[in-house]
Design a protein around this ligand. Structure first.
Ligand code: SF4
Length: 378
């Protein structure tokens, strides 16, 4: 099927692309998105192929499974090995810890169950009071209100959370820090995930234009949303007036979802958090407040796992560079050789939202620098 026939309204897309070409600066510009769903939209619809050569879009840390730190996966494994019923999403149980994944622990007899939501885990705890049920709670601001609600709705005493939630804006700020340190990351604008903004609103993104002068656009997930977000970023750049624009205004309200934020803040407090292969990012994680400590699996089961940071990723896996956009999947020596969707080695290939997994399906060719193209054979 010709590329543009996949678009809901290809005439609109064509007109926006024409506008992008007219407004594109002569220099190379690089826009960063931080969402696995955005990467799927971009790769699946070949958006990189219809942009001018000097506009590059790359993926930042937008896959919750990929950035879940190995220490917290080891905590989940420890629970499953010690008689606890461990529940989590399908992708999460396949991600390798230091030696094994939760799925392998299940094959060895551990009680690991895949659920579609935290509600499934609560129901299991209600039906089976003889089990101790833990939900391994991963995800960004989009999933946090649901796990907070499970607690506020008084889940049974045999239910608790292993909280591994992370926050998106601090990770975006880390990328700007990497850029300022001269690490191979160039960011001329952010495409921010619409679903996160649905919860937190626009205000947490203001610091990017105000402090760093970086144009930011909140975008939806249709091809036309992403393409229009790029046009909006270029407009901000050309007018030299960086700000936060809301392309996804049909869904995102400036203040987000106050009820969801209230629920989140009632149950969780902001803490520092580790990100797999990256390290600790200040103010990027959510811990359960003292008031709800009985639902905190770390306290309830007195977990004390220590992990050497050097073991965070398998040998030769470059997920830490992929996650911050400092490399593209084909730059990894294992990509589509020993690491592929059937036999994933690193977390970015395991998860359907991981950049390596997405690229393996859609084989991106454009959006690469000349040096990168020379280095790899696609
Ligand atoms: Fe890691 Fe596999 Fe991606 Fe290489 S291709 S960075 S091993 S997930």
């Amino acid at each position: 099927m010709p590329l543009l026939e996949r678009f809901r309204d290809r005439e609109i897309v064509n007109r926006i692309v024409k506008g992008i070409k007219e407004h594109a600066p002569k220099k190379k510009v690089k826009f960063c998105h931080v969402c696995g769903t955005h990467e799927i939209t971009i790769s699946k619809n070949g958006l990189r192929d219809i942009l001018p050569d000097n506009i590059e879009i790359f993926a930042g840390p937008g896959c919750p499974v990929c950035i879940t730190p190995v220490k917290e996966i080891e905590e989940a494994i420890w629970l499953a090995e010690n008689g606890i019923t461990l529940t989590s999403f399908g992708d999460m149980v396949r991600v390798p810890g230091i030696n094994k994944s939760l799925l392998e622990i299940k094959s060895e007899g551990g009680d690991v169950r895949i659920v579609y939501s935290v509600r499934d885990a609560v129901r299991l705890a209600e039906k089976r009071p003889d089990l101790e049920v833990v939900f391994f709670a991963i995800g960004f601001e989009t999933t946090v209100p649901t796990t907070a609600l499970a607690i506020l709705n008084e889940a049974p005493n045999n239910f608790s959370l292993l909280s591994s939630h992370r926050l998106i804006p601090p990770a975006m700020e880390l990328m700007l820090y990497l850029q300022s340190m001269g690490i191979d990351v160039q960011i001329d604008g952010f495409i921010a995930p619409g679903h996160v903004a649905t919860i937190i609103g626009l205000r947490p993104y203001n610091r990017f234009p105000e402090i760093y002068g970086i144009p930011t656009v909140i975008a939806g997930f249709e091809p036309v949303d992403v393409i229009f977000a790029i046009f909006m970023l270029l407009k901000q750049m050309n007018q030299k007036r960086p700000g936060v624009d809301n392309e996804y205004c049909r869904v995102v309200k400036p203040d987000g979802n106050p009820r969801a934020l209230k629920v989140m803040n009632e149950v969780y407090k902001v803490t520092d958090g580790d990100w797999r292969g990256i390290g600790r990012i200040p103010g990027s994680a959510l811990g359960i407040r003292e008031k709800y400590v009985r639902y905190d699996a770390r306290e309830k089961y007195d977990i004390s796992i220590k992990v050497e940071e050097s073991k965070a990723l398998p040998p030769n896996c470059i997920c830490h560079f992929i996650i911050v956009g400092a490399a593209y999947p084909p730059e990894c020596p294992l990509y589509m050789k020993s690491c592929n969707p059937a036999h994933p080695v690193g977390p970015c290939m395991v998860s359907r939202e991981g950049t390596c997994n997405i690229w393996s399906k859609y084989r991106n060719k454009k959006g690469l620098s000349k040096e990168t193209k020379n280095k790899i054979l696609l």
